[in-house]
Design a protein around this ligand. Sequence first.
Ligand SMILES: Cc1ncc(COP(=O)(O)O)c(C=O)c1O
Length: 491
Amino acid sequence: MTEPSRLRESVTARTLAQSLDMTAVLGRVGPMYASLARDLQRLVEDGAVAADARMPSERVLARVLGVSRVTVASAYRELREQGVLTSVHGAGTFVVPRSDTRPWGRLVTGDGPDVLEFVNAAPPASSFLGAAYEAAARGIATTSAHPGYVPGGAFRLREAIARRYTARGLPTTADQIMITAGATDAIHAVVAALVGPGNRVLVEHPTYPGALDTLRAVGATCIPVALDPSDPDAFVDAADRAARQHDPVLAYLMPDHANPSGTVLPTDTRRRLAATLHRRGVVTVIDEVSVDLDLDGHGPTEPFGAPVPDRAAVTVGSLSKSVWGGLRVGWVRADAAHLAAVATVYSARQLTVSLIDQYAAIELLGDYEAVVAHRCDQLRASRDALTSALTRSLPDWSFRSPSGGLSLWCTLPAGERSTELVDRARERGLMLAPGTRFGTGYAFDDCQRIPFTRTPEEIEDAVAVLAELMGGANAGPRERVPSRAVPEAVV
Ligand SMILES: Cc1ncc(COP(=O)(O)O)c(C=O)c1O
């Protein structure tokens, strides 16, 4: 657990007052302090109050809410007893960071044939991969005199990536691209270059766990901004408010088929968001690993950075989702100043990205429309299998069928907890990542991500296990071998 003395975030009484519905708090039967405690806990669980945050003093909160100090003191006491708050003598009252007792850090890749691995949203290797590597191997054979180190990345690859940005409406040259070993390396390098301990970073909420881990590792505080897939416009105002209140250095966003929610920000929304964040002096890191996974043929949306100056947005991408996670080729696209800072950090830890991988990537980008179309066909079939199996077998789960990406983000029926469901599913050989992995603090224990990166048959099996666990009527019995594996790192 973080030392309270090192906690930085404070939530003001006014912010709490704006977020609480006091008419509801005062109107419930039962003690008022219990009602207040319940709604404060809800704010923590929703991420509106960050784990780690310092709560306002009892006196100030009581005054601002117009209730007695005893009511607030009793609500705080209740939340302390439930382990949500902690008080430190002389320092104040803090939200207790959610303690993850699991040793996160190892990627679960399945634990034998009987395990249904639905932790990761990682599709199988593209059928174009083998031929690309064969061509790459031939290319390597003819360049054996080359020392093999290509700092920044192979020029032809950078050129091919720059051409794709230009074609999408974001004019780009090869010298604005730096090649990395996957988007993970790209995010690491960008964060290490631009974020320092104590800096605040806006993250859409829910968000990609790997980004949260990276940001926390450099000592940044993640400020969650709620993203409701059915109302993306509200996100712009929420981001504006958060930028005003928290003075972040960076925002980390996935405007195209976000992980896990699948949200695509419409053109107008992303234009307003880009302009708002730029006006507030926030550099936006745009994660585009899923940008090409447009399953319903809506066509590409204007790149986030197109309407703002180049220095306002740094974009990261990779071939991990369209081709394969085992092909470690990603990149950073940025203006000269940001790219120089990122390259300085990256070159201190990595001399070059594997040349044969880069050559294979050049081959794949040469026929990229076909590569993407094939991947989208697979994902569409799996998405449709998942949505119909869920509708049939788990009608009280709610979800929005995403137009792209790799996963479904479901809301569980009232009272169900993802952390408990994940534990029970594991006993039946079905591995899932808990909803809480996609939030800061306590949020999303009522949500479950289900990737649609496995075959329709495996998806049917996984939903059958879930239906059985939830007591669904249509579930057939299925014996599974208990698994030793524990979901840790999540992609
Ligand atoms: C949003 C997002 N960014 C980055 C990554 C990591 O990608 P890579 O395998 O290219 O490092 C993932 C993997 O799931 C992801 O979902």
